[in-house]
Design a protein around this ligand. Structure first.
Ligand code: HCA
Ligand code: CU
Length: 389
């Protein structure tokens, strides 16, 4: 069964302007646990003292999910992670030729020594620790380097190898540039050496393909997929948690442990504290994801929602709704009047026509109309003028 690693608290906090306090981090972690993710990557304690405190707090909060910390490839950083009481340690070090040369000034052999030294050290400190090694920018690194580094890391004690599409470079349509190619190649090459780590994927969204690539990796039997709430992260972020879960269930992954009803509250919490609004047209949890607007649509869904919906909002504990505005027809007005408990007025065609006209005028000024909050007053006004005329 596929595992989900949520990195809202680490990758998500790498969104410019985003910072979650330790209390909010804990609340987010508790919601992620209720949703049923397997691993929560809570941050790199070397970045800031308060981040270290937050990871420690989350590690000791009785959360079912494994709690992870993120580390650069240094013993000092690893020690800071282990001090937080974690179950999972991610160590990142690129073996791309460009990075080795330009940034680290190391050859491959020296890089492998460093990776082995740090991973063996971490393994010695904590027997039951899950250790992940990520050759950063895996998919733009020479595959031979990746295989060597991954083999060395597993032999030194790593349980998981992550394929990082750090710059969102992969695409499912080019066989040698697809993440499924990397998953298959790494699995088969390591198996030849009798090494069987779990394979994780971390897909950035630079080309808008993060979700497609994650599903491509899933089809190649990846074991773990990285996500964040709202797809937050560096630049254009990574895979969105809600979108991945919905699609995994849709393509046949048996849902034995995810509770999608907690997603709405989780997304609202993250949106509030990241100060980033959820776009209304965002799939799954955007305000308009299950809202019908144009007259033709509203009329059809009043008979059967499936006519304009391929997902059932009930799986998220949500209901579909109707929006009112210039695109509305009589049917939408009638439904909305019923929704606010004034069903008897819906039988008066002149009144319905009047309300429709008024709604259109208001909407042309660019004001959205909230059925619950605004419609009652509009209905009262129109009903009164009906009585007078
Ligand atoms: C980063 C880059 C990273 C690392 C992923 C990982 C990436 O350190 O910010 O450690 O598994 O995209 O490669 O997020
Ligand atoms: Cu990343």
């Amino acid at each position: 069964m596929i595992k989900i690693l949520d990195s809202t608290l680490r990758e998500g906090e790498q969104t410019p302007g985003v910072y979650f306090s330790p209390e909010i981090k804990l609340a987010i972690a508790q919601f992620l646990d209720l949703v049923g993710v397997d691993i929560i990557e809570a941050g790199n304690p070397a970045v800031d003292r308060e981040i270290a405190n937050a990871i420690t707090k989350i590690s000791h909060a009785g959360i079912k999910a494994k709690i992870g910390a993120h580390s650069l490839c240094s013993i000092e950083n690893v020690n800071k992670c282990l001090d937080c009481g974690i179950d999972f340690l991610g160590i990142v070090f690129s073996v791309s030729e460009k990075r080795l040369q330009l940034d680290y000034n190391l050859n491959l052999a020296a890089a492998l020594d460093k990776i082995v030294e740090v991973i063996s050290y971490a393994r010695k400190q904590q027997d039951n620790l899950l250790i992940r090694y990520t050759p950063e920018d895996t998919v733009r690194s020479k595959i031979e380097n990746v295989i060597e580094a991954a083999s060395a890391a597993v032999q030194a004690g790593a349980n998981i190898i992550s394929i990082a599409d750090t710059a969102g470079y992969t695409t499912p349509f080019l066989p040698n540039r697809s993440i499924s190619y990397y998953v298959k190649t790494l699995k088969s090459e390591l198996a030849k050496r009798e090494l069987y780590p779990q394979i994780e994927v971390h897909c950035h969204n630079d080309r808008g393909l993060a979700l497609a690539n994650a599903l491509d990796a899933y089809s190649a039997n990846a074991d773990i997929i990285d996500v964040t709430v709202m797809g937050l992260g560096e630049r254009t972020g990574i895979v969105d948690l809600a979108q991945l879960l919905i699609n995994l269930i849709d393509i046949g992954e048996e849902n034995t442990k995810w509770d999608l009803k907690y997603l709405k509250d989780l997304y609202e919490l993250v949106s509030e504290h990241s100060h980033i609004a959820i776009p209304p047209h965002q799939p799954i949890l955007g305000k308009n994801a299950f809202t019908h607007y144009a007259g033709l649509h509203v009329k059809a869904v009043s008979k059967d929602e499936e006519l304009y919906q391929s997902l059932n909002p009930e799986i998220l504990g949500l209901k579909s709704s109707v929006a009112l505005g210039t695109q509305s027809g009589r049917s939408a007005i009638k439904q909305a009047i019923q929704q606010i408990g004034r069903a008897e007025l819906a039988e008066n065609p002149d009144l319905v026509a009047k309300i429709l006209q008024e709604i259109k005028e208001i909407a042309k000024r660019g004001t959205p109309i909230d059925v619950e909050k605004e419609l009652p007053a509009i209905v009262d006004r129109c009903a009164l003028s009906e009585l007078i005329t």
